[in-house]
Design a protein around this ligand. Structure first.
Ligand code: NAP
Length: 279
């Protein structure tokens, strides 16, 4: 759509940023809702982050999303932080306040849970333990989202045990750190199995996991979305488990930013999923 001089502005800062699907995703919604606005890729080097964020109000931007490697550094730059971003230990969304100050929040936990709600509407987080594989950057948002949604406990398995242990220390007794070798046993009696490692992603080795102890009713999800059907999801589906792929997490985490900066509540539809994948 053609922009006017009143176009609303937002974007995504990353380094590099050329791989980000966010401009395509927001661009789809801008067209779909006929919004006079633009969402730009903003290549910002780590050493330039503070300057770039401080330029947002100067340039009339409503705010921006942050991707790798800026999510943690932004915690120390924003003027005010949503307590949720502090618990997650990362900011993925910065909004410019009316007085020009910067408010940092995080929509990754929201995106993860909303994806499960859309993909498996009758799944109840409170119904049993979660087995979460991976304790990297994404995992902390998943833990916050799952605990806030009512998950009674999380069994956290990670190759580097110390990273799982550190997260268990932060979140308390609901999160139990387990060795990577314990993962096949850790899925027994669970209500949800999540892969939050990079295993199974195109170009990475598959996740090796014996599913024989997985209950039939356990929901299985993967935050890797390239490929859309990871080997884990294919194996879970083949034995009759319900599955939810990871693309929806990316799409749903973008909703709060679009609504804050462009004033419309956007929808995650099949057409959007096809459009974002059709890059
Ligand atoms: N759907 C979405 O919106 C979304 C959002 C964020 C991330 N993601 C995807 O999620 C994945 C993880 O992202 P991240 O930011 O958390 O990455 P990260 O910080 O680099 O963490 C990678 C995780 O994978 C584990 N891992 C890597 N290679 C392994 C191997 N050979 N064996 C066992 N574990 C291994 C790491 O274990 P160690 O700690 O031992 O290294 C760590 O737990 C990526 O594929 C990313 O694209 C998707």
């Amino acid at each position: 759509m053609t922009l006017t001089g009143k176009a609303k502005l937002a974007g995504v800062m990353g380094w590099p940023v050329s791989h980000s699907r966010s401009p395509r995703l927001h661009g789809y919604w801008l067209d779909r809702y006929g919004v006079d606005g633009a969402y730009l890729p903003l290549p910002v080097r780590p050493e330039g982050l503070e300057q770039a964020l401080r330029a947002l109000p100067v340039l009339g931007f409503g705010g921006c999303n942050l991707t790798i490697p800026h999510k943690e550094a932004a915690l120390g730059i924003c003027d005010r932080l949503d307590p949720l971003a502090e618990r997650i230990g990362a900011v993925n969304m910065v909004s410019v306040e009316p007085d020009g100050s910067l408010y940092g929040t995080n929509s990754d936990a929201f995106g993860f849970i909303e994806n499960l709600r859309q993909g498996a509407p009758d799944w109840d987080a409170a119904a049993g333990p979660v087995c979460l594989l991976g304790a990297g950057g994404a995992s902390r948002a998943l833990i916050v989202g799952l605990l806030d949604a009512g998950a009674p406990s999380i069994r956290l398995c990670n190759r580097s045990f110390h990273r799982a242990e550190s997260l268990a220390e932060v979140f308390g007794p609901e999160v139990e750190a387990l060795e990577w070798e314990e993962r096949a046993g850790a899925i027994e009696g669970t209500n949800l199995l999540v892969n939050a490692t990079s295993l199974g992603m195109s170009g990475q080795p598959p996740l090796e996991l014996d599913l024989s102890l997985l209950p039939d009713a356990t929901l299985v999800t993967d935050i890797v979305y390239s490929p859309l059907e990871t080997p884990l999801l294919a194996a879970a589906k083949a034995r009759g488990n319900r599955t939810v792929d990871g693309l929806g997490m990316l799409l749903h985490q973008a909703r709060p930013g679009f609504s804050a900066w462009f004033g419309r509540e956007p929808e995650v539809t099949q057409e959007l999923r096809d459009f974002v994948l059709g890059e």
